[in-house]
Design a protein around this ligand. Structure first.
Ligand code: PEP
Length: 253
């Protein structure tokens, strides 16, 4: 079975103290994860080491950075590289979240470099893709997402793709309370998997987890995660409330 993953994206939220409490509250629920289930907490940079020690004893719980720079090192004030993340034992990183594409001008080409850097430093990228509302309304979402994948992922080898997690996040559903229907989610996830199959073969396509992101809540997670090609979720707002995120974890297949 493919890995089933509940990934929390805290974004730029939570004080350090609130973050410690949130992790304590989620972890104290002692959810027993199966070998195929994982929980990942993508926390702000200053909290990574704290979060790492919080999850240290918990099986199948991991931490992630929310971003990294695409270059190895140098005069990039305020930035953090994949090699730095590796040096503090961070093994996951969100790459290409739509907020970074929109507010920090991240391009598909730049994201290809970020993926290379993550993979070089043994960090599993959680690669985000997804279309804006006007693209969905024009019915060209498949072309749009396919271009994102081609330009950022398709230079990778099959062995490298195998190390990836993909998150399909329709921008119109992020933080809006509007969720894609299960049909829309399944259709796009199956399409993404078909692109992977075409480029890298069936074995790899069947292995790569594809998470859904966009207003996943305690009340809708089970239905969304039940879709054949949905392997869990990347969760923003609802991951900031312990009880909600606990229910989302419990909704994993
Ligand atoms: C996200 O930030 O990746 C996200 C999906 O946010 P939300 O769950 O709040 O829509």
């Amino acid at each position: 079975m493919r890995k089933q993953i509940a990934a929390a994206n805290w974004k730029m939220n939570m004080s350090y103290q609130d973050g410690v409490k949130l992790l304590d509250d989620v972890l104290s629920s002692k959810i027993t994860l199966t070998a195929d289930q994982q929980v990942i907490f993508a926390v702000p940079f200053p909290y990574l080491i704290m979060a790492k020690s919080e999850v240290a004893e918990e099986t199948n719980n991991f931490i992630a950075a929310q971003n990294c720079h695409h270059k190895e090192a140098g005069a990039f004030t305020g930035e953090v590289s994949a090699s730095m993340l590796h040096s503090v034992n961070v093994r996951y990183c969100i790459v290409g979240h739509s907020e970074r594409r929109a507010f920090f001008n991240e391009t598909n080409e730049m994201l290809a470099e970020k993926l290379d850097s993550c993979i070089k430093h043994q960090i599993t990228p959680i690669f985000c893709c997804g279309e804006a509302l006007e693209v969905r309304e024009s019915g060209t979402q498949n072309d749009y997402v396919s271009r994102q994948l081609e330009q950022s992922l398709f230079h990778l080898s099959a062995e490298q793709i195998r190390k990836l997690i993909i998150a399909y996040e329709p921008i119109w559903a992020i933080g809006t309370g509007k969720t894609a229907s299960t049909e829309q989610a399944q259709e796009m996830h199956a399409f993404i998997r078909s692109l992977l199959r075409g480029k890298f073969g069936s074995e790899i396509a069947n292995e790569v987890p594809i998470l859904y992101g966009g207003s996943v809540k305690a009340g809708n997670a089970k239905e969304i995660f039940a879709c054949d090609d949905v392997d869990g979720g990347l969760v923003g707002g609802a991951s900031l409330v312990a009880d909600d995120f606990i229910q989302i974890i419990r909704a994993l297949k």
